[in-house]
Design a protein around this ligand. Structure first.
Ligand code: NAD
Length: 351
């Protein structure tokens, strides 16, 4: 049976997401909701969505809807996910999970109560380089992975200034919550280690507060909302077993290139990078060193879509890639980075 989707939020990310949902042979989009009538009408027209509601409560109460995709300002993530689960719907939620771990735990409780699926839509896990890296790491090619370096550094990439994106109350955080979560989640996934023990971090607000560093993302109207979130964050995360992860992320930063992004893994036998997929190791012949571009690796999935994984998991034909425990671990690290910045101390998560 086809999985019938309801969509909450008709903003910028929803359009490409709906293209992915619509591309699954066993998924259809039957309803959508957004208080912004213009964006809702455009979404409904583009994807031939028969039912639209200004209020998401009506969509959640609709019996035609099996699963809900939530893509709204961050402050609404956890409350809407919890309500959708309690309404008996499967949920795929945009990152970041929540404003904080307390909220995220409330969603985890709702998932348990409902018996429905909840998945955080970590799309970077499904890109080809990430899938290759996962295969190589999981099959032991790297040996013992003892360190990873995850970074996403934009020179001028703050989402439209004056919108909810730059406000602590509405977004929960800035670059760290918006793009830091992607590369952090991917690094932990590739290391197969979601057990943080200690976190030291610092965050900075240096550009957005001065009206600088705006990038291309964002279609929401400017409302002169105060910019009070981080536009740079750095952290060192110690994991159970002794491995470490170094994270650097910026929405705006003085640097040579407009965008630098990668997840590098360092193992006892080899290293690799994800964007693009490359493998680094000694060759058999002594003295040589191999940089293998686009290394051979089996595909983990026959697709590159979080939505395909979610639908297949609902239908029982594929394991769900992103678990709620993993999403909770990432959220707890985010909280710890902000806490460490506030206190100037390392935050222990293993006590
Ligand atoms: N996975 C990714 O790579 C990725 C990329 C971009 C954005 N996102 C995430 O997606 C979410 C949305 O981002 P965006 O860029 O589309 O934002 P956006 O500002 O373009 O859109 C948000 C939409 O939510 C609507 N909305 C607000 N309250 C609502 C409610 N109660 N019910 C229904 N709709 C409501 C707004 O009217 C707006 O149309 C954010 O959490 C962001 O972090 C993820």
């Amino acid at each position: 049976m086809a999985v019938r989707f309801g969509i909450i939020g008709a903003g910028a990310i929803t359009f490409p997401s709906c293209r992915e949902i619509a591309a699954h042979p066993d998924a259809e989009i039957v309803a959508a909701s957004d208080p912004n009538a213009e964006r809702l009408a455009k979404l409904a027209q583009d994807f031939h969505i028969p039912q639209t509601f200004p209020d998401s409560k009506e969509l959640m109460a609709n019996d035609d809807v099996d699963a809900i995709y939530i893509a709204v300002p961050n402050a609404l993530h956890a409350p809407l996910a919890e309500a959708a689960l309690d309404a008996g719907k499967h949920v795929i939620l945009e990152k970041p999970f929540a404003l904080n771990t307390r909220e995220a735990r409330a969603v985890a409780d709702a998932e348990r109560r409902s018996g429905k699926r909840f998945m955080l839509g970590m799309n970077q896990r499904f890109v080809t380089g990430a899938q290759k890296a996962k295969y190589l790491a999981a099959s032991g090619t790297l040996g013992d992975i003892y360190h990873a370096k995850a970074f996403w550094l934009r020179r001028s990439g703050i989402p439209r200034l004056g919108t909810w994106f730059g406000n602590k109350q509405l977004a929960g955080g800035g670059s760290l919550l918006d793009i830091g979560v992607h590369v952090m989640d991917l690094a932990l996934y590739l290391m197969d280690n979601f057990q943080p023990e200690a976190v030291s971090g610092a965050t900075y607000t240096q550009f957005g507060n001065r009206g600088l560093g705006e990038g291309g993302w964002g279609i929401s109207d400017r409302e002169d909302i105060t910019f009070d979130v981080d536009d740079f964050a750095t952290a060192i995360i110690k994991l159970k077993g002794g491995a470490t992860l170094n994270l650097d992320v910026s929405w705006a930063l003085h640097q040579k290139t407009p965008n630098e992004m990668n997840v590098n893994l360092y193992g006892t036998d080899a290293g690799l990078s994800v964007y693009p997929a490359e493998l680094y190791r000694y060759a058999q012949a002594e003295g040589d060193y191999q940089v293998i571009q686009n290394p051979k690796a089996d595909r983990l999935y026959s697709h590159t879509s979080r939505f395909h994984n979610f639908v297949n998991a609902i239908q029982g034909t594929e394991e769900q890639c992103v678990t709620i425990e993993q999403a909770l671990a990432v959220q707890s690290i985010i909280d710890a980075i902000y806490e460490s910045c506030k206190t100037g101390r390392e935050v222990r998560l293993d006590q």
